[in-house]
Write a protein that binds this ligand. Structure first.
Ligand SMILES: Cc1ncc(COP(=O)(O)O)c(C=O)c1O
Length: 503
């Protein structure tokens, strides 16, 4: 392997060590920036996804380098082996799972944050003020002024932090110290009543992970049936709570989802808020993407009642379009939030003056001590464009999905499999020329999906609705234009017809 700048006796630092080296790295950095802008500007003309050719895979099987190759060569490897072979979620015709695109300004802000590299455990520093400010903005926009909050990696972490708060809050009300004794009540001779929490069967799988991680066990997560529109059956929930109490269990929290992952359904948040108030349960809203519906007049009504939640989890790396990883949890009562996570260590104690004045407040709101400056990209994007632009992107996506729905419903070879109240639509190709069994419909649509994903023109993902295999479009794409939605429908129909013709 050749090295582009051998430095046999260079001092041990990762910085360039001469003016020439700084100049070379600066030029490389400018090139990286230009390449990335070129790539982003030209996305529409590239495949959404393409497989990494086998001959290029060897790079990722090499042993760890003893000697470096230098930044220019390392960058060339990125350009040729990595850049063209990502998942494609930055592309205007990516509609899979629920994955945001990122934004050019967000990318630049991440560079600034990495360059500055502040430690967001807390501290008396401007970056921490930025995070507090952005948390405050969203708390205001969601109708929870004064809420505490924390930026975390993703929706799974944000939701799990909220359930941890709920668990501690209930413990406090019952005189149980869940943090010290754990949920099994150690060292009590008679184990306390098991704590249980609720969400609809459409709740995202993070709830199971959280149940395991918080020591509750997945049996503690009680799944509630849904109504025909895939929203939680509040009456059934109320019965389940009563039955569980009668059986000696201790309900402590109800999850309402704003925008379910399968169909984009939003639970009756007002009904859940009323029930939780009546039952004295913590009301948590998983608004991973749907919470942001509050930012557009077109969709605001859908999340009515979210402001009554004790906690809300939302992602800015989904419908907020921020580069990964960028999520946030809001907890209405700052005291509860801090009670759930407060920790002390002499080496982290707050001072009266200087950088430690104020202490490690973010460390006391969640698991992480060392935290990156995630809030900067959100702050910069919002400073640059205002929340009004974000609301417009959300409305645009919803209107584009409504257009998709209209085309699907009007097309004899397409069948919609669920209501599409927000930004997700589930449908399938149903040929009119042949009669297929349910299993054959599934096989046909699975083949269709694989061809779409490998074809590189449009990239939806899939789910099952009522047992049937569905093509699933989850639209949080700020880059899509209306023509992309038409291309999606046309490509699905064309591919479906081709598969039938080839049978
Ligand atoms: C409703 C919902 N909740 C939680 C999550 C998990 O979020 P993350 O992937 O950021 O951990 C998702 C992911 O799609 C989701 O759609």
């Amino acid at each position: 392997m050749t090295t582009d700048s051998p430095r046999p006796s260079a001092p041990a630092t990762f910085d360039p060590t001469s003016d020439d080296e700084w100049a070379a790295l600066r030029a490389l950095g400018h090139r990286m920036l230009d390449d990335m802008f070129d790539a982003q500007q030209g996305l529409a003309t590239t495949p959404v996804w393409q497989a990494l050719p086998s001959e290029k895979q060897a790079l990722f099987q090499q042993a760890g380098p003893e000697e470096g190759v230098g930044p220019a060569t390392a960058y060339e490897q990125f350009r040729s082996h990595i850049l063209p072979y990502g998942l494609g979620n930055w592309h205007p015709r990516f509609f899979g799972w629920v994955q945001g695109n990122g934004t050019p300004l967000g990318m630049l802000a991440d560079m600034l944050a990495s360059g500055m590299n502040p430690h967001l455990g807390g501290f008396n520093q401007a970056p921490a003020m930025v995070e507090r400010q952005v948390i405050g903005w969203f708390a205001d926009w969601f109708g929870m002024p004064g809420a505490s909050g924390l930026f975390v990696t993703g929706g799974t972490m944000a939701n799990t932090h909220a359930i941890a708060c709920a668990r501690v809050a209930l413990g406090s009300r019952q005189g149980r110290n869940v943090r010290m004794d754990g949920v099994q009540g150690w060292p009590s001779a008679s184990p306390p009543s098991p704590m249980v929490f609720y969400g609809s069967k459409e709740t995202h799988g993070w709830a199971y992970k959280a149940a395991e991680w918080l020591g509750l066990g997945t049996r503690a997560f009680r799944t509630v049936p849904v109504l025909a529109d895939f929203t939680i059956d509040v009456v059934a929930l109320s019965r389940m709570i009563a039955d569980d109490r009668a059986a000696g269990l201790t309900p402590f929290c109800v999850i309402g989802t704003a925008g379910t992952v399968n169909t984009g359904a939003t639970d009756d948040l007002v009904g859940l808020a009323d029930l939780c108030a009546h039952e004295q349960l913590w009301f948590h809203v998983d608004g991973a993407f749907g919470a942001l519906a509050a930012l557009s007049p077109l969709t605001r009504e859908i999340v009515r009642g979210m402001d009554r939640a004790d906690s809300v989890a939302f992602d800015l790396h989904k419908w907020g379009s921020m580069p990964f990883e960028c999520a946030c949890v809001l907890v209405k009562d700052p005291v509860v939030h801090h009670t759930a996570f407060r920790n002390s260590a002499s080496y982290l104690s707050a001072g009266d003056r200087g950088p430690t004045a104020g202490g490690m407040y973010f460390n006391e709101r969640g698991l992480d001590l060392t935290r990156s400056f995630k809030a900067l990209k959100v702050w910069m994007q919002l400073q640059a464009d205002g929340v009004e632009r974000l609301g417009r992107v959300i409305a645009q996506n919803v209107l584009q999905v409504r257009h998709l729905v209209a085309r699907i419903d009007a097309h004899p070879e397409l069948e919609r499999l669920a209501p599409a109240p927000l930004n997700i639509v589930c449908f399938r190709y149903v040929p009119t020329s042949v009669d297929l069994t349910a299993a054959e419909h599934d096989t046909l649509n699975a083949e269709l999906l694989a061809r779409l994903q490998e074809g590189g023109v449009v990239l939806p993902s899939s789910t099952r609705i009522g047992g049937a295999f569905a093509l699933r479009v989850a639209h949080v794409n700020h880059r899509s234009v209306d023509a992309d939605m038409d291309l999606l429908i046309d490509t699905v129909v064309e591919t479906g017809r081709l598969i039938i013709a080839q049978r």
